[in-house]
Design a protein around this ligand. Structure first.
Ligand SMILES: NC(=O)c1ccc[n+]([C@@H]2O[C@H](COP(=O)([O-])OP(=O)(O)OC[C@H]3O[C@@H](n4cnc5c(N)ncnc54)[C@H](OP(=O)(O)O)[C@@H]3O)[C@@H](O)[C@H]2O)c1
Length: 193
């Protein structure tokens, strides 16, 4: 496998769970981390705090982090929130918060990072997505689940159109794509770390 030593990655949601496991794995591979966080992750790196529910914070926070890092080779849009609440009576504010954190925040972060990757003709964007069991969650996961197809579409539209030369050469390999949506299935915090 190609060495990742010296590469730079922004990881969101690395305070726990899958994001923490990804961050630790990248550190082991010699990757320098930039962490956009709400609760500070216990990994070495450059940190900028940002609550993704407050979309206004995002462009400046990403800009500040990229400025410090100098460059970005990988963007891991991992942060997300889960809401299990029945659709009947689901408050609009809850619906909107979930869409802000899970859908609009990754868009805004990607929007800030992508131009630099396009200029360099180098970079990878990975979005953590999910699938939800209709039988387990059904009406209780509409806020969480409804954004998933949009995230998949966004990722698949970005993938072949950002770094076309690289994407064409190595389309079938995850790290050879401009962007990829990764679905790991269900993962517990203990399994992730
Ligand atoms: N676990 C699974 O089985 C599974 C399966 C498929 C997909 N996923 C997706 O994979 C991602 C990680 O899953 P996980 O189970 O590791 O999640 P998790 O343990 O709940 O961790 C979520 C991370 O996102 C951060 N986050 C949440 N809301 C935020 C906000 N408003 N602003 C900034 N950061 C925020 C959390 O920070 P705080 O510590 O501050 O809350 C935390 O670091 C999520 O997007 C999830 O939807 C999970």
């Amino acid at each position: 496998m190609t060495s990742l030593t010296g590469k730079v990655a922004i990881v969101t949601g690395a305070s726990r769970g899958i994001g923490l496991a990804i961050a630790k794995a990248l550190v082991r591979e010699g990757v320098r981390l930039g962490l956009l966080f709400r609760s500070r992750p216990a990994v070495p790196g450059d940190f900028v705090s940002c609550d993704f529910a407050d979309l206004e914070q995002i462009p400046a926070a990403v800009g500040q982090l990229v400025e410090r890092l100098g460059t970005v080779d990988f963007l891991i849009n991992n942060a997300g929130t889960f809401l299990e609440k029945p659709t009947p009576g689901l408050p609009l504010a809850d619906w909107e918060r979930v869409q802000r954190v899970n859908l609009t925040a990754p868009f805004l972060i990607t929007r800030e990072v992508l131009p630099r990757m396009i200029t360099r003709q180098q970079g990878r964007i990975i979005k953590r997505i999910t699938t939800l069991s209709r039988t387990t969650y059904g009406l209780s996961a509409t806020a969480h689940g409804s954004g998933i197809p949009t995230l998949k579409s966004m990722t698949s539209l970005i993938a072949p159109n950002t770094v076309p030369a690289m994407a064409r050469k190595r389309m079938s390999h995850l790290y050879g794509r401009g962007a990829a949506a990764v679905n790991s299935g269900a993962v517990t915090a203990a399994a992730a770390t």
